[in-house]
Every structure is written in structure tokens, then in C-alpha cells.
Design a protein around this ligand. Sequence first.
Ligand SMILES: N[C@@H](CCC[C@H](N)C(=O)O)C(=O)O
Length: 333
Amino acid sequence: MTDHLPQTEPSVQGIPFWKAHGTGNDFVLIADPAGDLAISPVMTSQICDRHRGIGADGLIRAVRSESMPEGRDVLAFAPDAEWFMDYRNADGTVAEMCGNGVRAFVHFLLSTGLADLAEGSALTVGTRAGAKKVTRVGRDYEIDMGPWRKAFPERSIDDGTDAAVAVPGADAVRGLSIDMGNPHTVVMLPAGTLLAALDLTSKPEVSPLPRRGTNVEFALLDESGDPELPRVINMRVYERSVGETQACGTGACATAAAVRLMTGLQDAQWTVQMPGGPVLVSFQKERGMGGAAREHVFLRGPARMVAKGTIDPEMWDAPQVNTETAGVLEGAR
Ligand SMILES: N[C@@H](CCC[C@H](N)C(=O)O)C(=O)O
């Protein structure tokens, strides 16, 4: 595969970027095959700013796995993981994994010619949560997200929950913390709750809080679905280091896993309906392993390209502070 993309060193030409989304969870993507770009947290938050930047829930840098230390760690056990998804949240912090992001990432690799993938074939990508196998299925992508696990296996109480969650204007509710490579706490709301009425303009308080913080999902089982189709869970999410987003892929997987645990329903397939659209979450026992078979979660959904452009050098090369207002304030002295 040739690196035919425009050079991405900071320069008078600016930095090429692409924008894509998966069920409304949107990302700025930058190709940096050799891992030359130093993208600071401040730079990331400026790019993701919806008023002063391009605007996105996260920034994804596509780096060849061999070109960064976390990528080389993945290559040690997944030698086919040529590309690494370097994922940053909108506030500039690094995240281990992003389910919608992986779909957008693979779609980006294909759209820009950095990778090829025939219908029905799979590509392995590196992430901070390990290698993920992604299969192209029509206009969708299906990711083997690996096994899920309870974040606090010793802590669940009788109702299957392990955490208290508080949102403004509502009584504290109970949740269950699930590790999908990144952290999640899932609250299953009682039937009849109006999901749209939840105030997710500020961060829900979670106690105990998983060590690396948590994404918080609010889930409502849809009892009115067609029995011939996968059961539907309606869900909203408050993402760690971002805020409310239209959709969260790892969150959808954590939600389906938690709802199965909390309800005892053992369905293998679930539709998780989020404000940005539905994804399909499936559970499958790992094949061919000795000992206890672990259960893998599969996430299927779309990814779409939106735009491509150039980050202007005025922004890219700017000092990493808000000089814009600093100048005005200086003049007022
Ligand atoms: N939207 C993502 C998750 C992105 C990372 C998350 N905010 C975190 O900090 O863990 C998804 O689709 O999974």
C-alpha cells in the first residue's frame, strides 16, 4: 500500500483532515502513517470545538502500528494489525477504544485508499484496547469487540447493580459498571420512564467511580417490539470527556451486556437504538478455546464520510493558548 496521501507535517500548506460519523458520533480523522505529528490535548480540543474548530466528538489519527509504541504492542500478538487507531476524546484525553470510531476509521482507510477490503472480508486494526477484527458487511462494518466483563466482579448486589448514579433533577438510580476495553456504567430505567426527559447537560455522578472514570448509559427496554426481530433497547449516553453524544458503540455493547445480566434475558442479538440511529449488538461464545469459553460482543453499524479539507496553519501552528482573546484584552489595557 502506498502512502499517497498529502504530507501531514505542520507546514504552510496546513494539515489535511477528513470528517466522518458512525450513527451521528462524529470524528475528525488525520492520516499520519509515520507517526510524525505531535497532536497535543489542547490542539485536539481546539479541532473538536464546535464553534472555533472543525467540531467533533473525537479526533482519530491513523498511524501505522509499527510507528508508535502502543501499535508495536498490538503487533506483538496481532501481526496483521497494520493500522493503529489513535483515539482522542473532544477534551483532548486519550481513550482506549471507540466502537463507532473503529467503523469510521476503517471506512476512512478504505475511502482514502490506505487499505482494501472486499465485501465479507475482514481487516484487523490496532487500538489501545487491543486488536479488533472488522468485517465489511454491505454498507456496514461489524467489529469483534472481544469479551466484555464486569468492572467490579465482587461488588454486585442482589439486583445485579454495583453503582449509584445521579443526574440533575432526578432521584439517584442504580447502575452496573461494564468494561469494554473502555469503562461504562449502565443504568436500566424502569418501564414507562421518559428517556428524552433526562437532563444530560452535565456529567452524571457515579459512585463508586471506575478508576479511569466512566461513560454513562441510560437504557430502556422496548417491550413493544416485533418478536421476530432482535429485542430493542433505547439508550442515551453521557460520554466520558465529551458529554452527551448521538451514539456510542462501546456503550451500546456495554448496555446490551448489562441488560442481559440485569434481566436474565439471554437473547444473542439486540438492537440498540440511540438518538443517532440503531446498531446491532450480538453475543457469541469464543470458539476453539480450552477451559471456560468467553463470550465475545459484536457491534454492527454504518460509517459515512462527510467532508475533507485542510486545517489552516493559522490554527495548526498557533501557540496552544487562547491568543485570540489575549490580544483583545491586551489592547484594552
Ligand atoms: N463514542 C465511542 C467511545 C469514545 C470514547 C469514550 N468517550 C471514552 O472516553 O471511553 C464509541 O462509539 O464507543
